[in-house]
Design a protein around this ligand. Sequence first.
Ligand SMILES: [Zn+2]
Length: 109
Amino acid sequence: MSALQIKRLYSGKPIHTGNPYLEASITDMGATLALQWLGEPVVQIPAQVLRMRCQCDTCRSGKGNHPHPANPTTIAHIRPLGLSGLRIRFSDGHDAATYDWTSLGALSG
Ligand SMILES: [Zn+2]
């Protein structure tokens, strides 16, 4: 990744993750979550991927209104869950999506 790309990455809205080993920002108007673990290259996770992988009870049971591919979901807000992970509110109003560091790491790979 070039210096220019990294500069653009960090022009995104920075997020307080609560994790000293992880820096994060919302980029591309909420379409992407950029993550950088300490000493690792920056990875970007599309909001749509995060939304589709939501592990809340509603989504896992199939009762949630999953997003339509033609209507891309963006990240509206992120807040830290103490030391355990992040909670993401999406543009479709879904506010129950939580991601621990392990699952974020898996999505980053
Ligand atoms: Zn969900």
